[in-house]
Design a protein around this ligand. Structure first.
Ligand SMILES: NC(=O)c1ccc[n+]([C@@H]2O[C@H](COP(=O)([O-])OP(=O)(O)OC[C@H]3O[C@@H](n4cnc5c(N)ncnc54)[C@H](O)[C@@H]3O)[C@@H](O)[C@H]2O)c1
Length: 244
């Protein structure tokens, strides 16, 4: 039995995590916390915390988990570099699964994107398009950022220099050293991502569309069961799925 705390329990993902966890007999929810609740109170009773909150919340959660020796699953996205540094420091003490996307399909997309970029090579221009619901607070999405990091890594580009966030005005011709990212927002879209590889005469597009948050929730719950008892450090969903 794995004992969990869901932090951000009143949110879209928090609610989905609670309903999915209720269907898994090997899981017990010992607390469902949200803004204003004292996470340190129930912490002693759990094996792991799952955090789907806001970017500025996770660093304190990670520090608290490290102090109490509790495993952590981070689904929250949009962290600043300073926040990421605090989270990484906590991982010296506890095991974490930190993933911008917990769905099996998107982790397959991550794998395919690397392969396609390696096979297609530098003559293909790279663009990423993502769309999410109108209430999403960060852009581009954490998943799109992971896709961009994979593309930059394969092409040996510095991501911050290569990125073009949308385009406007007299931009000049596109160079092969740039990677475009376009964030669309509207309606109730759970999460769409397309990676475009465009060359003269042909184009490859890899697309993933999530139609239910349950795919993220079930992945995060699987990650929580997997991470308890592991050595300290940061693991991603590909490790949980046994893809590496
Ligand atoms: N990794 C993934 O697979 C994945 C999938 C979907 C969403 N996300 C990310 O998860 C996060 C949450 O998404 P959402 O759609 O559920 O957002 P949401 O706004 O519906 O929920 C966030 C919740 O966090 C709560 N919160 C705010 N401050 C808090 C605090 N100090 N302590 C505890 N709770 C606090 C809010 O009250 C709210 O209930 C976002 O960063 C989103 O990008 C990740």
């Amino acid at each position: 039995m794995t004992k969990l705390i869901i932090n951000g329990a009143k949110g879209r993902m928090g609610q989905t995590l609670l309903s999915c966890a209720a269907r898994i007999p090997e899981l017990q929810i010992v607390a469902a916390t949200d803004v204003g609740d004292d996470l340190s109170g129930p912490l002693a009773q759990c094996d792991a915390v799952i955090d789907f909150t806001l970017h500025h919340v996770t660093a304190d959660v990670a520090t608290l988990c490290a102090r109490h020796g509790k495993a952590l699953v981070i689904g929250t996205t949009g962290h600043s570099e300073a926040e990421k540094a605090v989270i990484r420091a906590a991982a010296a003490t506890i095991p974490m699964v930190w993933a911008t996307n917990f769905s099996t399909g998107v982790n397959t997309l991550f794998w395919l994107t690397r392969k396609a970029a390696e096979i297609l090579g530098p003559s293909f221009d790279l663009e990423v398009v993502e769309m999410h619901h109108r209430l999403k607070k960060d852009a581009p999405s954490g998943t799109a950022t992971t896709l961009l990091e994979i593309l930059a890594d394969v092409r040996k580009l510095q991501l911050e220099e290569a990125l073009r966030h949308g385009r406007k005005g007299i931009t000049g011709e596109r160079t092969s050293e740039e990677i475009g990212i376009h964030a669309l927002r509207g309606g109730d879209v759970v999460g769409d991502h397309t990676v475009i590889f465009a060359a003269n005469g042909e184009r490859v597009e890899l697309t993933h569309k999530a139609s239910s948050r349950e795919t993220f929730a079930n992945g995060a719950l699987r990650a929580a069961q997997w991470v308890v008892g592991r050595a300290p450090g940061i693991y991603d969903m590909q490790a949980v799925l046994g893809l590496k």
